[in-house]
Design a protein. Structure first.
Length: 288
């Protein structure tokens, strides 16, 4: 089963690339609800491929989007913030007629889909927050300057793709070859094999600033649909306690929340555990 890539105009001539997986004709216990998959900061839709294939095989039409300035989507000079990303998803969902949908967001993408569900409740049947959606940088860092220093991405322009590919494999030995290549696709590869960031550092930092200025907590009381929180819990006890505290705070503020931990999981759970994550999303579609 292979996806079809389509481009959807969301605002002012900005078009987003969407990977569209048709549902298998074998029915679905979840009623064949559409599923919308949203990546995190400086990521791309390809990292959802292995999850999406499993969802579509189970009978759910599935869509994975490249947010603006990510992947193969257009890169306008503005709109690099949580609110605009959520507005883009609203326009995309309406244009493609994929409402209501089970919507999953990873990392910053979790914050984005929380905003989508709060502002456009009729578009969302259920939410899955994949190691994100509760991210509040102002609670993690004492000042914006400290946050900016810690989260400024490395300058990888000019590195060779083979070197970065090898690094990804060493850091994530359990990942499949497609997951490694999908991660490499966060960067653009030149004909001579060297790399360039798709999302330039200034735009990256505007999104980080948006996460600092615009945490998700005010949106939680407006969300009435079921929400499945899927944190990657570190093995370090102190770090695990901090992660569980943030997740518990979010779950307590949501009307219909359930938590499933991935102990020792990677931040990119969709790359590390595509089978388990797809199973969790299928269960959410049924239990909603």
């Amino acid at each position: 089963m292979q996806p079809m890539d389509v481009r959807v105009e969301v605002s002012d001539g900005v078009r987003l690339r969407v990977r569209r997986w048709s549902a298998a004709a074998n029915g679905s216990p979840g009623g064949g609800l559409p599923v919308l998959l949203v990546h995190g900061l400086s990521s791309n839709a390809l990292l959802w491929d292995e999850v999406a294939r499993r969802l579509a095989t189970a009978g759910h039409p599935t869509f994975a989007v490249d947010l603006r300035s990510h992947g193969e989507s257009d890169a306008p000079p503005d709109g690099h913030d949580t609110a605009t990303a959520a507005a883009d998803l609203e326009s995309l969902s309406t244009s493609l007629g994929i409402t209501p949908a089970v919507v999953a967001g990873q990392s910053w993408g979790g914050n984005v889909v929380v905003r989508l569900a709060a502002k456009h409740p009729t578009l969302v049947a259920a939410l899955a927050l994949v190691d994100g959606g509760w991210l509040d940088l102002s609670a993690e860092f004492a000042t914006w300057e400290e946050c900016a220093r810690a989260l400024r991405p490395p300058d990888v322009d000019g590195l060779h793709a083979d070197d970065v590919r090898g690094y990804i494999r060493r850091e994530h030995p359990g990942w499949s070859a497609p997951a490694v290549e999908a991660t490499l696709a966060n960067l653009r590869v030149s004909p001579d094999g060297h790399l360039e960031r798709r999302l330039p550092i200034p735009q990256h930092m505007r999104i980080v600033r948006s996460m600092w200025d615009d945490p998700p907590w005010p949106d939680f009381p407006s969300i009435a649909v079921p929400v499945l929180l899927l944190p990657a819990v570190p093995t370090d006890p102190a770090a695990a306690e901090r992660r569980r505290g943030a997740v518990a705070k979010a779950a307590g503020a949501l009307a219909r929340a359930r938590v499933k931990e991935y102990l020792g999981g990677d931040h990119d759970l969709h790359a590390q555990h595509p089978d388990a994550l797809a199973s969790d999303l299928l269960t959410l579609a049924v239990e909603r």
